[in-house]
Design a protein around this ligand. Structure first.
Ligand code: G3H
Ligand code: ZN
Length: 285
C-alpha cells in the first residue's frame, strides 16, 4: 500500500490504544517474513535495520529492497535505521530513501545528545524522513552499544520537555527497565514512568528490548503510552534456529530456497504473534 514515515505509521497509535511492531531484520528472508506476517494481519509494520545490518546488506540495497516489498503489499511499511551513532551512515540512509532513522546519542551527555539529535532532525527534514532519539539508556547489548543496567539509566522525565522541543524529533525512546538481548530474569518495568513521560509529551514513545517481555508487560506498556515496540533478538534466534533445524533434517537438499522458505515462514509466525499482543491487527490507517 504505502512506504511511509515513522511519524505517519505511529499516528493514532496512542489514542487508539495499540502499539506498532518494529522488527529487526538482517537479510531478505527475515525482512520478507516480517512483511508477510504483518500483511496477513493487515497491520502497519516497521522494519528496522541496525547499522550492522545496513553494512551487511548495503545502504541502497536495503532501501530499495524494502521499498519494493512495501509496494507489493496492502499495508503501510516504514523502513527505520536502528541505533545509529554515525552521522555519515545516517545521512547515507536518509539520502537512499529510508523513511525513519534513530540517532542514538544516549550514551553522551544531555547537551551533546540534544545537539546531535537536533542535527539529524534538521538533515532529515530535507526529505521528510522521521527521526527517533533516546533519552536515558536502555540496558544490555545491541551490537556494539553496551549499557550496564540500573535505575540510574532510566529516563529522567525532567529532561523530556527541553529535549523534545530543542531537537524536533518525531519519536522518543525511553528507558524504563527493558534491556537488549535475552533477559536473565524477568524484567521489572516501570509503567508509572511511561505514564509520566506520556503526560509530558505528545510525541510517540518507543520501547526497546522487546525480546523476552511477557505479553502482559507489552500490553501494560502500550496502555501506559508506548506506541512503537521493538523486537530484535527473538527474530535473530528464530532465523538461526529454524535454519539449523531444517538443514539438520534435510542435509542433502540442493535448492537453497527449500531451506530459506522455512526461515521466512517462522519469522512471519513470530511477527503475527506479536501483532496480536500489540493490538495493531486491522489498524491500517
Ligand atoms: O532496537 C532494537 C530493539 O530494542 C530490540 O531489542 O533485541 O532485545 O528484542 P531486543
Ligand atoms: Zn534497541
Amino acid at each position: 500500500m504505502a512506504y511511509v514515515t515513522l511519524k505517519e505509521i505511529l499516528r493514532g497509535a496512542r489514542e487508539n490504544g495499540y502499539g506498532v511492531g518494529a522488527f529487526n531484520f538482517n537479510s531478505y528472508e527475515d525482512a520478507q517474513g516480517i512483511i508477510n506476517g504483518a500483511a496477513e494481519k493487515k497491520a502497519p509494520v516497521i522494519l528496522m535495520a541496525s547499522a550492522g545490518a545496513v553494512k551487511y546488506i548495503g545502504v541502497k540495497q536495503t532501501a530499495y529492497m524494502v521499498k519494493g516489498m512495501a509496494e507489493s503489499v496492502d499495508i503501510p511499511v516504514c523502513l527505520h535505521l536502528d541505533h545509529a551513532t554515525s552521522m555519515d551512515l545516517i545521512k547515507a540512509c536518509i539520502d537512499a530513501g529510508f523513511t525513519s532513522v534513530m540517532i542514538d546519542a544516549s550514551k553522551k551527555a544531555y547537551e551533546e545528545n540534544i545537539r546531535e539529535s537536533a542535527l539529524v532532525a534538521r538533515y532529515a527534514g530535507k526529505t521528510g524522513c522521521s527521526v527517533e532519539a533516546e533519552l536515558g539508556r536502555v540496558g544490555g547489548k545491541e551490537e556494539d552499544v553496551i549499557v550496564k543496567e540500573g535505575k540510574d539509566t532510566y529516563t529522567n522525565p525532567n529532561d523530556v520537555p527541553r529535549f523534545v522541543k530543542e531537537t524536533g524529533i518525531d519519536a522518543l525512546a525511553i528507558a524504563f527497565g527493558t534491556a537488549h538481548g535475552f533477559y536473565k530474569k524477568e524484567p521489572n518495568l516501570d509503567f508509572e514512568l511511561i505514564k509520566t513521560v506520556a503526560g509530558i509529551t505528545d510525541i510517540p514513545l518507543v520501547m526497546h528490548g522487546g525480546t523476552g517481555v511477557p505479553p502482559e508487560g507489552f500490553k501494560k506498556a502500550i496502555a501506559s503510552g508506548i506506541s512503537k515496540v521493538n523486537v530484535g533478538t527473538e527474530l535473530k534466534a528464530t532465523y538461526v534456529n529454524t535454519l539449523r533445524d531444517v538443514v539438520k533434517k534435510n542435509p542433502n537438499e540442493a535448492d537453497p530456497r527449500n531451506y530459506l522458505k522455512a526461515v521466512k515462514e517462522q519469522c512471519a509466525e513470530v511477527v503475527k504473534g506479536k501483532i496480536d499482543i500489540f493490538g495493531c491487527a486491522d489498524k491500517i490507517v
